[in-house]
Design a protein around this ligand. Sequence first.
Ligand code: PLP
Length: 463
Amino acid sequence: MTNQNKEIPYKIFLNENEMPKQWYNVRADMKTKPAPLLNPNTLKPMTAKELSVVFCDELVAQELNNDTAYLDIPHEILNFYKMYRPSPLVRAYCLEKKLDTPAKIYYKFEGNNTSGSHKLNSAIAQAYYAKNQGLKGVTTETGAGQWGTALSMACAYLGLDCKVFMVKCSYEQKPFRREVMRTYGASVTPSPSNLTKIGQKILSDHPDTTGSLGCAISEAVEVAVGSEGYRYVLGSVLNQVLLHQSIIGLETKAALDKYNIQPDMIIGCAGGGSNLGGLISPFMGEKLRGEKDYRFIAVEPASCPSLTRGKFVYDFCDTGMVTPLAKMYTLGSNFIPSANHAGGLRYHGMNSVLSQLYHDGYMEAKSVEQTSVFEAAEMFAKVEGILPAPESSHAIRVAIDEALKCKENGEEKTIVFGLTGTGYFDMFAYERYNNGEMTDYIPTEADLAVGFAGIPKFYGNEI
Ligand SMILES: *Cc1c(COP(=O)(O)O)cnc(C)c1O
């Protein structure tokens, strides 16, 4: 029996039996594997033993596993997923009508949980493995706050302590995010703080600093390494996070397969790369195995263009230079996007799996300017009803642009994009847009050179 002529509903759901029971590890199908993490002192690949000082054992194993295609999702995590998954795959009929395009547009909406984004998919997995190892708690940093919120929820569910270092300016600007985390029982400390040596040092050198993600990472790692029964967890960038986020792509594929829908292109926003990597993984697997072909498009802000203008080299994952070195597209770990940038996705690097795939020509990347991103967000909110996160709106922008190209060329292409979250806590950014105060800044070559100068120099790592 074929579903070819079935009318496509507004929302395609999966029932419990159709839900994925395993994560998919795209590294297993890559001919050129992502380069290993390096110890910055020895420049040798990080061993499991070295990594296990900072990360939980099972997560270290996942981080280093380049060969196993499918990994069982533990029952406890499947049960947690059932509370808010499957996330809907929505046919954007109203957006298609508004654009008057022959293109068929679908989006996978990950904002249907209290944390408001896809980050919960990995937060529950990371908290579960920490709990399973008998740990007392985890530490992390949060910038915009989505990751800290997701981790607080996951830790509350499992009865694990959660210490969040929140970049100070965000702590002050987003009091409601902070209170959601505290409601779930997390301790939230504005960073830099007096609780750590690195925090004390930064405060004495720069008493008026409003903090940075790099500093918050350094504080969270210091507390994890110095506290019995604690480990550090990270919400993006790492390969293990991409693995957990493959749930997004697996559900998307199952839903599309139910109606024999064959996408032509799959689009996602890219900060550290976890949602995009998770969304495209099963489709990329088909492409890597030579079974099918798709266009994959990563969308990043023009003000933080790691894929489109960065270097493919080894670099630190944080500004504090305490993490291992990862081979990735990077703007340099001390690159900070200009102050007028409001739209999220401000990470200087990119997950190393996606970096390798991009380098090998399996994926495209586009950069977009923030005013055009907010225009897309506004149009989407009006016709589809969801107020999108600024990050997600990067994908909306390019999906709309591609749909308009289809209109021009009379092509009936099928476009799938990832709608990673809602924008309720991003009203400062929307306010600037609504007041006509939003501006675009594209870094000059000289601006980028400052970041590139901070890339570690060693034989074979020339920029
Ligand atoms: C964190 C976040 C992103 C970017 O992170 P990736 O790891 O690149 O997916 C995008 N959208 C939302 C809503 C987020 O919270």
